[in-house]
Ligand binder design. Structure first.
Ligand code: G3P
Length: 227
């Protein structure tokens, strides 16, 4: 199951890449503009930090299929490497996904709100769909249920498209989409860090260390223990 950072903030990406098993970085236009930096140099910096292998997702701005396809090609040409182009699932977007599939450009269908959105995108040739869990919840829908149903449709009908669940407000939503069979999650750095947090962990570690130090002394570490 993939764990992806939904951010363009280079310092936060650096930190998470160093510590956690991260598979890639997703961006969208709102995430990009938050950083107030030139577009391609920022993405190139992200590529440098995450390495050549990890997936980097970049979204188109155009709204008609022809321009989306041109933007997708341009993004791939400038950035190279393991890049996937995010395309919103409008009619034009689905047309663009079909064409990009024919041309060998990998896509993620974004702004997924229903299982049928996802079905269409998968059938058109998207490699991933990104259901917007929290935004669905905010519309009094059930984001986790949408993810469950998408994974069920894909599995029942042998669609090889993967579900990269997106838009989270809390850890519980992430946990629930893991149980729902999502192939991955993309979340803000703060939420990814929150996956590690539990007050009992620090407390337990402190107790283990105290027990050890009580017996072997404050300065002792295992590397100092004679065989
Ligand atoms: O890329 C989609 C995702 O970033 C949306 O997340 O938190 O803005 O709903 P959010």
């Amino acid at each position: 199951m993939q764990l992806v950072i939904d951010s363009a903030n280079i310092d936060k990406i650096k930190k998470l890449i160093e510590f956690l098993p991260i598979d890639g970085v997703t961006t969208n236009p709102s995430i990009i503009v938050k950083e107030q930096k030139p577009f391609f140099p920022m993405l190139e910096e992200i590529r440098y930090v995450i390495g050549e292998e990890k997936e980097l997702f970049v979204q188109v701005i155009a709204t008609n299929a022809k321009d989306m396809v041109e933007e997708a090609k341009y993004i791939c040409k400038v950035l190279g490497g393991n890049v996937l182009v995010k395309i919103p699932v409008t009619m034009e977007g689905i047309k663009a996904i079909k064409q990009l599939k024919r041309e060998g450009i990998r896509t993620l269908a974004t702004t997924i709100y229903t299982p049928v959105n996802a079905y269409l995108a998968a059938k058109a040739g998207a490699e991933y769909v990104a259901p917007y869990v929290n935004r669905i919840d905010n519309l009094t829908g059930n984001g986790v249920k949408v993810v469950t149903e998408i994974t069920e449709v894909f599995s029942r009908h042998n669609l090889s498209c993967k579900v990269l669940a997106a838009s989270f407000k809390n850890v519980q939503q992430i946990h629930n989409v893991c149980l729902a069979g999502a192939h991955g999650v993309t979340a803000a750095p703060e939420l990814i860090e929150a996956l590690v947090e539990h007050p009992s962990i620090e407390e337990n570690v402190e107790k283990f260390r105290k027990d050890w130090f009580d017996q072997y002394g404050e300065e002792s570490l295992i590397l100092n223990v004679k065989k």
